[in-house]
Every structure is written in structure tokens, then in C-alpha cells.
Design a protein around this ligand. Structure first.
Ligand code: NDP
Length: 448
């Protein structure tokens, strides 16, 4: 889509020129700017005060060498990143991703999305993201520990409980957060809530592990109910078998659905009787094995090589929970031809723009990641509150707050879409509602 507003077109051109070779970042910015057309028409002051030019430029980019020694005694060098994108409404907040595909453009796209997502939670957190091209897969615990310690030795200079609070993402779970936290505490000699997703014995919040997946289902449930439907009796296809996917599968089943697939980057499993979530937890969380192990214990289930095939399985609801751009136009059309009624994004930017267009054109319910996967970061912010108070809420208390936050996000995104003449378009609604909150704060701060 091209822009009607000349100013937005110029901002987009500048983003592409200044950030060459970073298509994921361009894609994320393009989607937000497209949503802002009606906002600019109503609020031309955002042009004068420069908030749109500013919001697409990170406040700070930190890039560093991460040297570590592998089990064979060989020195390995990785790259570390932290992008502190926007602190208008609170300290930078966003995960760390350890995956070989990580480069500056991936972290920039994720950090940019995080600004709006964090604003949507209603909690005081700015946007940031970080990570490394380190691949934890196949590494021993000691190698992961040495890497995390080296990574934190540099990162510690730039973060803090009131400055920038990282968390997990792809490849960064409880084990990695533990090693990172231990090294930070040692370097700084302080016990603060500098990271979230911590273990329960040292300041973690109950329900943080479950939060993104559960929150995704709470959001999808609110969206379905608003349209006279629910999870009850529905067939659900889920991609991924990591943190988000596992807890989305668990909650979808509790809400009455049958989840029939899960995947990893090698292939997917189809279980006509419904996925056994306890078995997936054992394979992925305890044994750290591949999803194809699933069929060894469940002979009626099938394993198929190639993760894209997961979208050919007939379903009512699709929850992409693996990675960016995993649903392309072709997969979207297959889902639609098979009668999908709702797609809710658990991963960040899992649908390509062409796929989103196909879903919207077909008039099905579509929940964009910024809104529907905000439960993880929202619960991270609740972890920060508990750390500041030096107090812990019960699982039920945190889960109830998460539920309310997700239902509120749905209603706020839905209301913003309606107010700006795009009723039912939650992509636009989420972008607009998130943007307005941050833009007002930026405007109030002056030129900074
Ligand atoms: P995990 O590392 O726990 O799991 C990721 C899953 O996705 C694994 O099954 C992995 O398979 C699969 N996957 C990763 N990369 C690819 C790829 N290129 N192609 C196909 N499959 C892939 O990560 P999370 O569950 O934490 O994160 C999943 C998504 O959710 C990401 O987009 C993340 O940014 C987003 N997210 C996560 C939040 C959280 O709280 N954890 C919060 C909000 C968003 P394999 O094991 O083969 O790599």
C-alpha cells in the first residue's frame, strides 16, 4: 500500500534509506505508519512536534562483542545487541533473543513493535529489545552459562531496574535468565529487579512462564465472545513448541478447544485426539528434545517434516506461536479455504503483510501480535511491581490481573479502530491506541 499522506511517505522513505538491508524493520514501521493516516488527519500537531520522525529512530543502539570459550577450549565470538528504542512512558522493557538469525534489523523490528505493545498494556514501560546470534541449541549448560556471563558483563553497563529491564524471548528461558541475573548481581553487587522472567526462588513472578500463551487465549476469547463465539468445541492449530506455544495450547484446551498440532523449525506433529501438553512440556522443557519425539509416545499422532505444512491442517482457530513471517499469503489462503474463523498471533509479526491482507479481505477475526501477545510483557511489568514492593502476589492474583489486562487491550484496540473509522480492524486499532499514549508523552517531554 502506498501512503496518501505525503509526510508519512517521506518518513517511510527515510527509514528505508537510513536502515538499509533491514526488511523486517521496514515491514514493522510500514504497518504502523499505514495505520496512522487517519490519526495524522485528526492531529496534525504530531507532525509539527516531530513525534513520528522521533518514534522510528531508536534512542540508543548498543552493539558489542561477546567472547566465550566452548567445551573444547576454543574461543567463540558472537555479537550482542540492545536497542533502547523509546522511554517516553517508562524504562525500556523487552526481551533478549538468542538465535542464529539475529542481526540489528531483527532487534530493531522487535524493539519498535515493543513500544506500542507495552503502551497497550496500560503499564508504565517503554520499548526495547536485545539479543545475540548465539545459538543455545546443542550447547552444554556450561557453554550457555559462559556465554550468558560474557554477554551480561557488557550489557550490565547499560541496564538497571529503573533504566532498562530485559526479559526472555526465543532461546532465552529460565535457565538463561538465571545465569544472566547471577552475573549482573555479582558485577553490581545489588539485588534488584533488573531482569524479568526470573526463577521463583529469586524474585520471579508466579504466572510469568504461562503469561504470553495464557494472555493470547484471553485476548482471543474476548475477541471471539464479542462476535458471539468462543473456544468451546473448536479445533485449534498452533505452531511452535516453545514457551508461548505450550501455554497457549494449555489454556486453549482449558477453554474447551481441541489443539491438534505443534511444531518446531524442523517439522510439525498432528494429533487427532488433541495434543498432550504434559508430554510436550516433558519433551521441550525437561528433555530439550525435538517435537518429533512426540509420536514415539503417541502412536496415533503423525510427524511431518517442514514447519510450513502446519497451516494445511484444517482448523477453526490458528495461533501462530513460533516466529516472524511464518504465515505467508499461500498459507493464509490455505487456512481460509479450510474454513479458519479466527487467527490470533502469539509470535511477533508471524503473518506477512500479504497474509494479513488476505485475512482481513476474507472478513475473519484477526488479532495482531502487538495486542494479543502483550500478556508476557504485562506480567513482566507486574514482576517489576512485585520486586519494587519486595512482595509476591499469588498465582491467582497475577492471572486475574493478566486476564483483565488482555480483555482491556482488546476493548481499547477495538474502540480505537471504531473511533478512527476502521471498525473491526484490530491491526489499526492496536497501532493507534499504542501510538496515541506514547505520542502524548513524547509531546509533553518536548524535544528530547
Ligand atoms: P521459544 O524459544 O521458547 O520457542 C520458539 C519456538 O518457535 C520453538 O518451537 C522453535 O523451534 C520455533 N521457531 C523458532 N524459530 C523458528 C523458525 N525460524 N522457523 C520455525 N520455527 C521456529 O520462544 P518463545 O515461545 O518465547 O517465542 C516465540 C515467539 O513469541 C517469538 O516470536 C517471540 O518473539 C514471541 N513472544 C514471546 C514472548 C515470551 O514471553 N516468551 C512474549 C511475546 C512474544 P526450534 O526449537 O526448532 O527452534
Amino acid at each position: 500500500m502506498s501512503f496518501q499522506n505525503q509526510y508519512l511517505a517521506e518518513v517511510m522513505d527515510k527509514v528505508i534509506a537510513r536502515n538499509p538491508g533491514e526488511p523486517e524493520f521496514h515491514q514493522a514501521v510500514q504497518e504502523v505508519l499505514e495505520s496512522l493516516e487517519p490519526v495524522i488527519a485528526k492531529h496534525p500537531e504530531y507532525i509539527t512536534c516531530g513525534v513520528i520522525d522521533s518514534i522510528v529512530e531508536p534512542e540508543r543502539i548498543i552493539k558489542f562483542r561477546v567472547p566465550w570459550v566452548d567445551d573444547q577450549g576454543k574461543v567463540q565470538i558472537n555479537r550482542g545487541f540492545r536497542i533502547q528504542f523509546n522511554s517516553a512512558i517508562g524504562p525500556y522493557k523487552g526481551g533478549l533473543r538468542f538465535h542464529p538469525s539475529v542481526y540489528e534489523g531483527i532487534i530493531k523490528f522487535l524493539g519498535f513493535e515493543q513500544i506500542f505493545k507495552n503502551a497497550l498494556t496500560g503499564l508504565p514501560i517503554g520499548g526495547g529489545k536485545g539479543g545475540s546470534d548465539f545459538d543455545p541449541k546443542g550447547k552444554s549448560d556450561m557453554e550457555v552459562m559462559r556465554f550468558c556471563q560474557s554477554f551480561m558483563t557488557e550489557l550490565a553497563k547499560y541496564i538497571g531496574a529503573d533504566t532498562d529491564v530485559p526479559a526472555g524471548d526465543i532461546g532465552v528461558g529460565g535457565r538463561e535468565i538465571g545465569y544472566l541475573f547471577g552475573q549482573y548481581k555479582r558485577l553490581r553487587d545489588e539485588f534488584t529487579g533488573v531482569l524479568t522472567g526470573k526463577g521463583l526462588t529469586y524474585g520471579g513472578s508466579l504466572a510469568r512462564t504461562e503469561a504470553t500463551g495464557y494472555g493470547l487465549c484471553y485476548f482471543a476469547d474476548a475477541m471471539l465472545r464479542d462476535h458471539g463465539s468462543s473456544f468451546e468445541g473448536k479445533t485449534v492449530v498452533i505452531s511452535g513448541s516453545g514457551n508461548v506455544a505450550i501455554y497457549a495450547a494449555e489454556k486453549a484446551a482449558v477453554l474447551g478447544a481441541k489443539v491438534v498440532t505443534m511444531s518446531d523449525s524442523n517439522g510439525y506433529v498432528y494429533d487427532p485426539d488433541g495434543i498432550d501438553v504434559a508430554l510436550v512440556k516433558d519433551i521441550k522443557e525437561v528433555r530439550r528434545a525435538r517435537i518429533k519425539e512426540y509420536v514415539v509416545a503417541r502412536p496415533k499422532a503423525e510427524y511431518h517434516e517442514g514447519c510450513k505444512g502446519v497451516w494445511t491442517v484444517k482448523c477453526d482457530i490458528a495461533l501462530p506461536c513460533a516466529t516472524q513471517n511464518e504465515i505467508d499469503e499461500e498459507s493464509a489462503k490455505i487456512l481460509l479455504a479450510n474454513g479458519v474463523q479466527a487467527v490470533a498471533e502469539g509470535a511477533n509479526m508471524p503473518s506477512t503483510p500479504e497474509a494479513i491482507h488476505a485475512f482481513q479481505k476474507a472478513g475473519i477475526l484477526f488479532a495482531p501480535a502487538k495486542a494479543s501477545n502483550a500478556g508476557g510483557v504485562a506480567t513482566s511489568a507486574l514482576e517489576m511491581s512485585q520486586n519494587s514492593m519486595r512482595y509476591s502476589w499469588t498465582f491467582e492474583e497475577v492471572d486475574a490481573k493478566l486476564h483483565d489486562i488482555m480483555v482491556n487491550i482488546y476493548h481499547n484496540a477495538s474502540a480505537a479502530a471504531k473511533e478512527y473509522g476502521m471498525e473491526g480492524n484490530l491491526v489499526a486499532g492496536a497501532n493507534i491506541a499504542g501510538f496515541l499514549k506514547v505520542a502524548e508523552a513524547m509531546k509533553a517531554h518536548g524535544v528530547v
